[in-house]
Every structure is written in structure tokens, then in C-alpha cells.
Design a protein around this ligand. Sequence first.
Ligand SMILES: Nc1nc2c(ncn2[C@@H]2O[C@H](COP(=O)(O)OP(=O)(O)OP(=O)(O)O)[C@@H](O)[C@H]2O)c(=O)[nH]1
Ligand SMILES: Nc1nc2c(ncn2[C@@H]2O[C@H](COP(=O)(O)OP(=O)(O)OP(=O)(O)O)[C@@H](O)[C@H]2O)c(=O)[nH]1
Ligand SMILES: [Mg+2]
Ligand SMILES: [Mg+2]
Lengths: 279, 286
Amino acid sequence: TILDEGDVKTPLEELELALLESDTALAVVEELIPRVKANLIGKKVSRREDTHEIVTDALKEALLEILSCNNFDFDEFVESSDKPVNITFVGINGTGKTTTIAKIAKRLFDAGYSVVIASADTYRAGATEQIEEHASRLGLKVIKHQYGADPAAVVYDAVKYAKANHKDVVLADTAGRMHTSVNLMEQLRKICRVTKPDMVLFVDEAIAGNDAVERAKRFDELIGIDASILTKVDMDVKGGAAISIAYSTSKPIIFMGTGQGYDDLEKFDPKKFVERLIG
Amino acid sequence: NLSSALKKSVKKIVASKRIDKRTVDELVKDLQRALIQADVRISLVKELSNRVRERALTEKLVLNPREHVIKILYEELIGILGKSVDIPLVPQKIMMVGLNGSGKTSSCAKLARYFQKKGLKPAVICADIYRPAASDQLKQLCARINVPFFDSNSCGQKDVIEIVKAGVKEFSRYDVLIIDTAGRHALESDMIDEIRRIGAEINPEQRLLVLDASIGQQASVQAKAFDEAIGITGIIITKMDGTAKGGGALSAVAETDSGIAFLGTGERVEDFERFEPDRFVSRLLG
Ligand SMILES: Nc1nc2c(ncn2[C@@H]2O[C@H](COP(=O)(O)OP(=O)(O)OP(=O)(O)O)[C@@H](O)[C@H]2O)c(=O)[nH]1
Ligand SMILES: Nc1nc2c(ncn2[C@@H]2O[C@H](COP(=O)(O)OP(=O)(O)OP(=O)(O)O)[C@@H](O)[C@H]2O)c(=O)[nH]1
Ligand SMILES: [Mg+2]
Ligand SMILES: [Mg+2]
């Protein structure tokens, strides 16, 4: 039997609703669902009863495609890069950048790499103290300047220090900022222009709704990101923001933050994620 | 004369005009998209759509169809949000709670400055013993605006309840005591119980939920957990200087049966405004 519009309409509507309720942005859903629909219409199926399963599989396939876009292995990247590797973390205020750096630092350290942290959030109250506390717990060196100093200079110094002392990785923490702030986005552009990071990681939270599209898009347009990290996945969220971010940037999600402890970091698994989302 | 009689009869026809169902459905569909993009809870979007559709079909059409439907939705949204929550300018204890990174600590300083400008004597207690350098952050913010600060170091206590008790005692001659708590979420039962215990110990007159404007479909679930723990009396929506429309606020208001008191509109201590329903709804509908 051949699938027609009537066959797929209801299953697609149910899946569309499931995606929206899981925090997948409307803009993404509105582009995705018609595409899946177009691919299904005219498809041969052996039994009409299988339609719901076939539609779900088609959507899973489309989601996997989005999540696999420009995918790469973080560990392989670090392994094969010239040292020191400069990994810079960027994103909106409060999304979990500083905490994520601590987690990644521990992960790299456990894997045998030497890590230096650049405290390049020279703006927010208590920012340097916060990352210094994390570093001291992990036994790692922090390069910092005084409050209000040029963030680019901090990263630059950290890379210089890493080169001189044969350190493998520099993790650069930057201040949270709104994509709507012309000055702060320009400052971030300058930091990246001057320090030429090997990898720019965009950190955003799973709990965010439709705005996840706009902010990821703007950061990618203005700064250029290599991948994203989705935090606060433990907050009982389905994590549809991962789809929103991957879709709007065409860059992969590489890690998920699943709590506030150093071990609460998981390598992102697109297949597992899609199963959890609409399994 | 004929001309004025014609005018009268045309007016009568227009006045008795009802909008047709097909037009309403199309317009409601557009508004649904706007509401979903503004992060309004899907179930609430459906509810609102039904109410708007019903009212649009039965109410007299005095504007053009599009304005007619938008005006009805606007009224429904204002109805949900209610008036701005007015925090009285009296001696009181204010407890700040919310999800991780939502802006509680920043808002404590902003709120302290608000009361200071109104002539009251605020003081701040840091009850976040978990986040690295939480005290440093809040201490620095308070120092900038000359507001007294109290934390575990001030009393040598390690227990959250003991710190808050000591702080309340220390600041007995201050008007407004603002208590900052650690970020937490609905699934952390021991942390939810902690704020219940703090609330039971000091009986704060105000218990404010600090919510990020960009929160998605989780808003009602999270607001419910906080409300069940301590009873939320007001909401602060932060990061309104971004592009998020704050639709989650509707659910939070509905779940907590309270209202929005303030908006955070930036990182500086002065980026703090009283909530105004009309402006908020206009911005939400774009
Ligand atoms: N539950 C949970 N909380 C998290 C996670 N990641 C970070 N947090 C918490 O989120 C809050 C903010 O984390 P930060 O690391 O300070 O965020 P940030 O992006 O550096 O913030 P700014 O520098 O102020 O922009 C803290 O309370 C963290 O403990 C996560 O995966 N799960
Ligand atoms: N742009 C902008 N940033 C804000 C606003 N309110 C708070 N922030 C920023 O958001 C980030 C998190 O704020 P905090 O006050 O540390 O949040 P918190 O709720 O205390 O975080 P935890 O204690 O970790 O749960 C910081 O970078 C703040 O400067 C706001 O209205 N606009
Ligand atoms: Mg930070
Ligand atoms: Mg805080």
C-alpha cells in the first residue's frame, strides 16, 4: 500500500506536539515536519497498521541527521591537535560555562593531559574566585588578571604560559553575555580574533525554550562556534533545545551537563538522545 | 437626509457584524504560533486558543478582524498575568529561590538597591553554601551599593539553617532582609526540602521565584515544585534584555497563584524594573 497525506497526518501531528512539549523550537519543527511528510508521501508500506511506526522512524532519522551534522570526536581532536590546544567557552549568562570548564578540565586531566585554565571573565563579581575554587579542588593552574582587565590578554597569557611550560590544553572561560549586546559580542569577536582558539564551544542550557535558536544562531553568526554543550539536562527536561541548537548552527552537540558535580558530564550520543526524545 | 441615513444604516450593519469562523481560525492559528514561539506552555496555548476563538465568534466586531482577535488575546493574557505584585515598603524578610543560574544572586543586590532608593535599610544574607565563591560574588555586589552582608564566615556556622538564623539575629535593626539561596530544581528533593526548612525557620513575608525569561516548557513543573515547598508570593523574570519573550512567566504565575513583581533587564544593579503587564504582553506578542 502507498502512504498518502491522510495516513501520515495524525501521527505527524502527535510527533510535532511531542517535540514542541520537549522544548524543540517552533521554527525547527515547522521546517522539519513538512520535510519528513514530503518524504513519506508516496512511500510503499507492507501494512497500513505500521504507518505510525514508519512515521516515527522517519522522524527519528531526520533528527539523527540534524544531530550528526559536522560531527567530530572531541577526544580525537584534542589527541591530534598541536599543543597547547586553546578551547574557548562562550554563551549567555548563567548557562553553566564555568562549571562545564571544571568538568572538562577533570575529564582531560583524568585522560592524562595537563590543563591550564584562563579566567577570562574579568567582569562578573566573583567570577575569578569561582573558577579558582574549582581549579584548586582539581589541582590545576589558573591564569588570571585583575578585575576589569582585557579578557583577550588573559587568554593570550594562558597560552603563552602553556607553551612555556609544555601544557597540553588551555580552557578559556569568558563572561556570559547577551547576543543582543553589540559591545559584548564585539568584545568576544576581538578575543577570538586575537587569541585564535582551536575550538569555540557554545554552552547553553536544556531548560531554555524557543530562544535557544536565536542565541545559538547569533553566536555562530558573530563569533563562529565549532560545537555546543547542553547543560542542566538533569532538570527533568527532554532536551529538545539540542535539536534547536544543532539545527540552527549546523554544528554538533558534543557533551551534555547532567548535574553540578565534576563527573556530571556525558559525551553526547545522538541515537540515545533521539530514543529518549521520541522513543 | 439620505446621506446621513445611509451612514447610519451602514454603521448599524458594521456594528452588528460578526466575524466568520474561517477568518477566526486563520487568525487564531497565527496567534498560536506567536504564543508557542514566546514559550507559552502548549496546553495553555490550546486553552487560550479556544477562549479566543469562542469570544471572537460571539463578540461584536468593532475593529477589523485581525485587531478584534488580537485585542481579545491581549485581554486574556493580561487576565492571566494579573496586576504587578506590589512588594510593600515595610520591614520584612524576602527569600529568593529559583533554578541554577536564573539570576537570584544578581537580583538580591538589585532588590536591595531598590529598597535603599525607597529609603529603607536593606541587608543581605547568603544562604548558598554550595556554589564555589557564592559568598564572594554576593559580598562584592553588596559592597558596591553599601549594603551589609552576612554569610557562613560571619558566624562560623556551616549549616544553612544556623547561618540564616544568625543572620536574621545580626540584622535585627535592618528593615528588609534579603536571603539568597542556592540554585536547585524540582527533582532535587533534599534541596527542595531545604528551602521548605529555611522558610519554616524564618517565616519570610516574601518568597520570590527568580525565573529566566528564556525558560521553556518546564516553567510550570518547576514553579509548582517551588510553590509546594514554600508558597511563592511573587516572581522576578530576569534577562529580559535578551530576545526571550517570557511566555513561561504565564505558567509560573498560574501555578503559584501570585504575580510578577520585577523584571531584570541587564547585568548592572540598576537594570531592574517594576513589572508592567501591558508592556510585557505587547513584547510577548511582538
Ligand atoms: N543542575 C545543573 N546545574 C548546573 C549544570 N551546569 C551548571 N549548573 C549550575 O548552573 C549555575 C550557573 O553555572 P555557572 O557555571 O556559573 O554558569 P556560567 O555560564 O559560567 O555563568 P556566567 O559566567 O554568570 O554567565 C551554577 O549553580 C551551576 O552549578 C548542570 O548540568 N546541571
Ligand atoms: N543580561 C542579563 N544578565 C543577567 C540578568 N540577571 C542576572 N544576569 C546574569 O546571569 C548570570 C547568573 O546570575 P546569578 O545571579 O549568578 O544567578 P543565580 O541564580 O544566583 O545562579 P546560581 O546561584 O548558580 O543558581 C550572571 O552572569 C548575571 O550577571 C539580567 O537581567 N540580564
Ligand atoms: Mg561563568
Ligand atoms: Mg547565586
